[in-house]
Each structure stands twice: as structure tokens, then as C-alpha cells.
Design a protein around this ligand. Structure first.
Ligand code: FUL
Length: 480
């Protein structure tokens, strides 16, 4: 105790001493920061959601748990095709609905009598989790699972015993199919007003069970702890989006913070819980032939990309396989159009050969130089001096270009700091800077589009920040 006090008292003195000798204090994290697993998760940016189960065959969004297991009959199930499609689309993983609210398990669970084992598909010997996890492993794609706590089939649902059942279910899923990068837990529950059973979920038990099996997993729910829900199913994250959230006293479902808090996060939140935007390529989460004409186009998906990945969020795009057990050509075509749109938009970064000049550079200079924002190394960044009241970087493009989009990345390894920034264009004719765009938070990635501008020199100005800003990437583009 004595020792601890001594340490706390001497640190500020040491910093003053360092400053008076002209030595910059070490760059310390600001607020809660991502775990290595959360950082790795954030770098995935875009991955596939797969809703598949009896609903695929009954044209329902929520099965009631009474469906005949024999309805589940994907005659040409091809998980390899799902994986190849995801890879061709440049996705980094697949999250499968191992069990949706109907309780039907896509693997032969010993905790349920409503599973692939009870169906005549492959004589009750099929296991979708096995096939998908192995296909993912073969092709180097990350594998994740959605296991619904709400179970409209299980006889124990609504009793304390069900919590043990659900923990056992999680245990099975997370111990038999190799590494799982993300566990999706929604807060759905029976609606007492409709006479449905409600369960008091034992979240701490579920979390313990998950981490005991997969210590590196990221748990999704309204309130994390790994990542949080974006608060809508429209594919739109908030322009102001903090990776921090206050989670104490909250839980998934009815006990979650209001949706606008989920969207924006909390500027001074006490936990690092970044946003994941989930949306379906079709109007529903499950495949239906009736939505074949309503598959989102590449252009629509591109808009969703700007409002999700472009606003400091990961994008979890649902692509539901059809009744054969394959992704339909119409969905694949959209995914490829979307990839083409992305590739074209960001093919030519006008700053690639730019000359970078910062308002100030923290010591040691090389480690914090402005030019570092042009490097693809995530751990290389620009950081100004702590006493720089208006930090900025001027970038000379060396030739005149027309542009309408800037991509910014903040070095979130040391916490999210920036709350305001502006982009200026050099008006050579009048010898002055003209502001062409402004924004609030940046976070892991911010893609900001603005009215087309022309010029050969731009400036990024950090207008407000909770601590010294740390930028690790800037790109300038002309997107269509
Ligand atoms: C929700 C579910 O109720 C929907 O059916 C869907 O699975 C969505 C992704 O999560 O909580």
C-alpha cells in the first residue's frame, strides 16, 4: 500500500521533470482500450452472417419450435460454396445461426430433441457446424456462431434449469468445432404479454462458459462485452461513434441502454465495446424465394459500407443460403458488384506520393512523423506534441487532383481521442485555405464523402481531442 502511494505521488513529478529537460513524456493510453482480440476483430471490418435453419424451408422469420424437423432438408448443402463466396467477396469470416429462436440445432446436440439428428436429412447424420467450420479452416476464414438464448422448443425454457441447458449447449458448440472468433448473443426473450414464457438469463454463467472454451473470442450483444449492437437493422452507424460504452447495470435485450446510446457510445464510457452493424442482403434474415427480386444491389451495399465501416463500425452482412443449401447466384452477383465498387473507389489514393508536413511532431520525431500516416503498417502513426493547441497535417499532392472522399484512421490501440476534425483545401488563386469538410469522431476508420473539390494541397485539422490525437492513416480519393 505504502509503495503504491509513493508511485502515484512520484509519477506527476517525474513527468514535470522530463518536460523541463525537453524530453516528451511517454505516450500513454487514453481511457479504456481494445484488447488484442478486439483490435484483431476490428481489423476484420467485413464478414458474413448466415441465417439458415427450418425457417429457410417454412418461409418464416421466427419459427415457433413446433416445426417438423423433416422440413430441414438442404438437398445440396455446400458450405464450401458459402466459404468461396465469402472469400471472393473479401469477407474475413462467417457467423452461422447454429440455433435460432425455434431452438432447432444445426448440430446433433445432446441438450435438445429438435436438431438435425431428428430430421431425415442425411439420415439424421448431418452436422452443418462441422461442415462449415471445416470449410472455413481449409480456406483460412474465421468461423463464428450465433446461438439464440431464446428457445421456443426446449421444455425447460422459462425455468432456472434452462440456464444450465443453455450453458451446456454453448459448451458443445464452443468445444467441438475449433477456434470461434465471435459469439453472437442476442437478448431475445419470450413476450409475457403474448402469453410466452420468459427466461431470467444467467449472463455471467454464459460468459464464463464461453470464455472457458474460447479465451480469445469476442462476445457480441447489445452491451458486449466484446462488441455491441448498432441499435438498428438498417446498416447505419452514427456519425459520432465512440468505441466506449457504459455497461455497468445493463444487460442484453430489455435491460440494454437506449438505442441512440448504442449508436453513439459514451464519450467517457468505462468499457471498450465497439460497434458491429448487422444487416441482411435481403429484406428478411432467412432466405425466401419471395425476396429474390429484393436483393440489395452492389450500389446499395456500398452505401451501407459508408454508413458502417465508414463510421467506425464492422459490417456483418447476412447472406442467407436457399433451400438447396447454397447461396443463390443473385446474392453472389450483388456481393461481387459490391466488391468491385469498393475496389474501384479506393484504388487510387492521391496521397500515396504526397509530401506531409505537421504542425508539430512529438519526440522522438521519426516514430511520430506526419509521413507515417502514409504507411500501411498499423503501428506507425503521427502524433503531435502535447502542447500543440491546433494540431494539423498539410499534405502536398504534388499535382492537381479532383477528390470527394477522405479516409482517416485513428490509432485506437491507445484509445479513441478525436472528437472533431476538418479538411481544408488550398485555394492557390487567393492564397488561403478553404474548409471543405468536417466531422466529429474518427475511431478505427472514418470515411467521409464531401462535395467534389480540386486542388494540389490539403490540410487535416484536429479541432478537438480528449488527449493528443494519434492518426495512423490518411487517404484521399475520388469515389463515384
Ligand atoms: C434478432 C433476431 O430476432 C432476428 O431473427 C435475427 O436473427 C437478428 C440478427 O437478431 O435478435
Amino acid at each position: 500500500m505504502k509503495h503504491k502511494l509513493l508511485k502515484t505521488a512520484t509519477l506527476p513529478l517525474l513527468l514535470i521533470l522530463l518536460a523541463s529537460c525537453g524530453i516528451t513524456a511517454p505516450l500513454l493510453p487514453y481511457g479504456p482500450t481494445p484488447t488484442p482480440q478486439q483490435l484483431q476483430w476490428q481489423k476484420r471490418e467485413y464478414y458474413m452472417f448466415v441465417h439458415f435453419g427450418p425457417n429457410t424451408f417454412t418461409d418464416k422469420e421466427w419459427g415457433d419450435g413446433q416445426e417438423d424437423p423433416n422440413v430441414f432438408n438442404p438437398v445440396a448443402l455446400d458450405c464450401e460454396q458459402w466459404v468461396r463466396t465469402a472469400i471472393a467477396a473479401d469477407m474475413k469470416g462467417i457467423i452461422l445461426t447454429a440455433k435460432h429462436h425455434d431452438g432447432f440445432c444445426l448440430w446433433p446436440s445432446k441438450y435438445s430433441k429438435h436438431t438435425v439428428r431428428e430430421s431425415s436429412w442425411r439420415d439424421g447424420k448431418g452436422d452443418v457446424l462441422r461442415e462449415l467450420s471445416e470449410a472455413c479452416k481449409r480456406h483460412g476464414l474465421d468461423f463464428g456462431v450465433y446461438v439464440s438464448p431464446w428457445d421456443r422448443n426446449h421444455p425447460d425454457y422459462g425455468t432456472p434449469q434452462y440456464n444450465e441447458v443453455f450453458a451446456g449447449t454453448l459448451n458443445e458448440v464452443l468445444s467441438q468445432y475449433g477456434p470461434v472468433f465471435e459469439q453472437w448473443l442476442d437478448g431475445a426473450n419470450g413476450d409475457a404479454d403474448k402469453g410466452q414464457l420468459r427466461q431470467i438469463y444467467d449472463w455471467p454463467l454464459f460468459h464464463r462458459t464461453i470464455y472457458a472454451n474460447q479465451p480469445d473470442i469476442v462476445i457480441f450483444s447489445d452491451v458486449g462485452p466484446g462488441c455491441r449492437w448498432v441499435g438498428n437493422e438498417r446498416g447505419v452507424a452514427s456519425e459520432t461513434n465512440w468505441g466506449r460504452l457504459n455497461i455497468a447495470g445493463f444487460e442484453p435485450g430489455k435491460g440494454a441502454p437506449p438505442v441512440d446510446t448504442l449508436q453513439r457510445g459514451n464519450i467517457y464510457g468505462n468499457a471498450w465495446v465497439p460497434v458491429e452493424t448487422d444487416i441482411s442482403i435481403r429484406p428478411g434474415w432467412f432466405y425466401s424465394a419471395s425476396t429474390d427480386n429484393e436483393v440489395k444491389t452492389g450500389r446499395q451495399l456500398m452505401d451501407i459500407y459508408y454508413t458502417s465501416v465508414g463510421r467506425n463500425s464492422n459490417l456483418l452482412l447476412n447472406v442467407p443460403p436457399n433451400r438447396e443449401g447454397r447461396i443463390s447466384p443473385i446474392d453472389s452477383i450483388s456481393l461481387m458488384e459490391f466488391k468491385k465498387e469498393r475496389d474501384m473507389a479506393f484504388a487510387d489514393n492521391f496521397l500515396r506520393y504526397g509530401e506531409f508536413k505537421a504542425s508539430s511532431v512529438r519526440r522522438p520525431h521519426k516514430a511520430h512523423a506526419a509521413q507515417n500516416v502514409n504507411s500501411s503498417d498499423y503501428d506507425s502513426f503521427w502524433c503531435p506534441m502535447d502542447n500543440d493547441a491546433s494540431p494539423s497535417i498539410e499534405i502536398n499532392l504534388r499535382e492537381e487532383k479532383e477528390f470527394n472522399c477522405i479516409v482517416l484512421q485513428e490509432y485506437i490501440t491507445l484509445g479513441q481521442r478525436i472528437s472533431g476534425f476538418a479538411i481544408d483545401n488550398w485555394d492557390a488563386a487567393n492564397g488561403q485555405w478553404t474548409q471543405i469538410a468536417e466531422g466529429t469522431t474518427i475511431g478505427y476508420k472514418r470515411i467521409l464523402r464531401f462535395a467534389p473539390a480540386k486542388g494540389s494541397k490539403i490540410r487535416l485539422r484536429i479541432t478537438s481531442s480528449l488527449a493528443s490525437p494519434i492518426i495512423n492513416r490518411v487517404g484521399l480519393f475520388n469515389v463515384s
